[in-house]
Design a protein around this ligand. Structure first.
Ligand SMILES: Cc1cc2nc3c(=O)[nH]c(=O)nc-3n(C[C@H](O)[C@H](O)[C@H](O)COP(=O)(O)OP(=O)(O)OC[C@H]3O[C@@H](n4cnc5c(N)ncnc54)[C@H](O)[C@@H]3O)c2cc1C
Length: 432
């Protein structure tokens, strides 16, 4: 064992995604010795862009990382929702006003850039970062908890944080569940900006086209040098129960008949990989003794709220705030003196309910985006009537992250689709 890994850590974090790294950073900032173990041979992220809302940039600012994120990402001017069939605008958020309202920007950033920001911050903070470490089990012990690895070695600490993603080994300690198949699949594609300049794109906005059983997202990345697109659709093969679903032939068919900017964007999607979209049903207990779930291991969402990575970052911040409310007071045997039971209870009291709301809303939001026929017309009428500066649907999510259940704001009202009358003629003319 090297010199840096010779001292027993206070906290072991399993998983070096955005959730694990950001939690390791948050806890090390409170004076804890953190060791993070990742199964992959190298730290990194696969994929393209991430939207990060004020409830995340507020935390990045607290960590002193917001300026770096702004340098690497883009602060767009607007978030615009359009109808995918006719390309008409439905509603928009003025992101400069949103920043004024919530105090922090709404940003887009390449996921490997955000991951890199946390990785470097962990290195600076002295987090021990170990690769090629596949965790196969977790157990509580007299002194805290331990994670057990495929090579047979064990890592014990006062607390073990399982940030091991959607297919978490630790989650099985709390619930016997399986990922839920949404039958939707995402294609991504990030290209240099010159490749899209003639494609009727906005280089300064996040644009989301919503259509029957599909949607298409576009936004600039990396200071505007790159452009990110995400194409999401329901796979007929998945609906039919076939194994091989979400394939590129289905991508083309799903967007047939959608507006021109989408047709121009589709050829730029990566066709050699795609992301089948699963979530899990929310669970309201993430803590098993001194083992706690964090990030996608606790709450893998459908991404319609664009809050998955954000929730993971909030989890670590909230846990660290509850730890920081106490003082680390080293005991003779090197312990932290932290009352972990109370910190974990406080964490478990607030985060699962918040994430339950985001997961459930994500499913509802997905349905809303993907309506065809009459419901699409009703949705469009409500969204067109929305005042740009009305934050009814955003307030519960973009404000300060709640540390206690009392601070959690009320959930937004459901869109009253049935309040909109649609004539038989209009309904008959609308694509199903
Ligand atoms: C198409 C798409 C678009 C999205 N857009 C957004 C967005 O705009 N905004 C947003 O906030 N979120 C978005 N998300 C969600 C977001 O990407 C995830 O919620 C987030 O990355 C989860 O981070 P995590 O660290 O919890 O999990 P992961 O990223 O899954 O990391 C888990 C880590 O643990 C490691 N690991 C797994 N098992 C083990 C093991 N047994 N032992 C050791 N290590 C292990 C893995 O290798 C990995 O590094 C999107 C997701 C998708 C699919």
């Amino acid at each position: 064992m090297s010199e840096t890994t010779s001292q027993r850590p206070d906290v072991v974090v399993v998983g070096g995604g955005i959730g694990g790294l950001s939690c390791a950073l948050a806890l090390s900032r409170k004076g804890l010795r953190v060791r993070l173990l990742e199964s992959a041979a190298q730290f990194g992220e696969v994929g393209a862009g991430l939207q990060i809302a004020p409830n995340c940039t507020r935390i990045l600012d607290d960590y002193g990382l917001l300026d770096e994120a702004k340098t690497l990402g883009v602060v767009p001017a607007n978030m615009i929702m359009k109808d995918a069939v006719d390309g008409q605008e439905l509603t928009r958020l003025d992101l400069a006003d949103l920043e004024k309202t919530y105090g922090f920007p709404y940003m887009v950033i390449h996921r490997s850039d955000l991951h890199g920001i946390f990785l470097r911050a962990c290195q600076r903070a002295g987090v021990e970062l170990l690769n090629d470490q596949r965790c196969v089990g977790y157990e509580n012990t007299d002194r805290g908890a331990k994670a057990i690895f495929a090579d047979g070695h064990e890592e014990e600490a006062e607390v073990v944080i399982a940030a091991d993603g959607m297919h978490s080994v630790a989650r099985k300690l709390l619930v016997d569940d399986e990922p839920v198949n949404s039958s939707y699949v995402a294609y991504r594609g990030a290209v240099t900006i010159d490749k899209v300049r003639s494609n009727q794109v906005s280089e300064t906005d996040v644009v989301v086209y919503v259509g029957p059983r599909c949607h298409f997202v576009q936004y600039p990345l990396r200071g505007g040098e790159m452009f990110n697109q995400v194409a999401v659709f329901q796979s007929p093969k998945a609906v039919a129960g076939e194994e091989d679903w979400g394939t590129p032939d289905e991508l083309d068919a799903a967007f047939e008949g959608m507006c021109e900017p989408i047709q121009l964007g589709l050829p730029l999607m990566w066709r050699d990989r795609w992301w089948r979209m699963f979530d899990r049903n929310p669970i309201l207990n993430w803590v098993h003794g001194r083992i706690a779930l964090l990030g996608d291991s606790a709450h893998p969402p459908l991404q319609y709220m664009a809050q998955g990575a954000i929730m993971a970052i909030e989890d670590g911040w909230v846990l660290a705030e509850h730890v920081g409310a106490q003082q680390v007071q080293r005991t003779a045997d090197g312990g932290t003196g932290i009352d972990w039971d109370s910190a974990l209870t406080a964490y478990n009291a607030v985060r699962p309910e918040h994430c339950r709301r985001v997961l459930s809303t994500g499913r509802v939001w997905g349905e809303l985006w993907h309506h065809g026929g009459t419901k699409r017309l009703q949705r469009n009428a409500i969204l067109r009537a929305r005042d740009t500066y009305d934050y009814t649907y955003a307030a519960w999510i973009y404000g300060p992250t709640a540390l206690t259940p009392e601070q959690e704001p009320p959930l937004y009202p459901i869109l009253p689709l049935d309040s909109i009358a649609v004539s038989e003629q209009e309904a008959a003319a609308a694509p199903a």
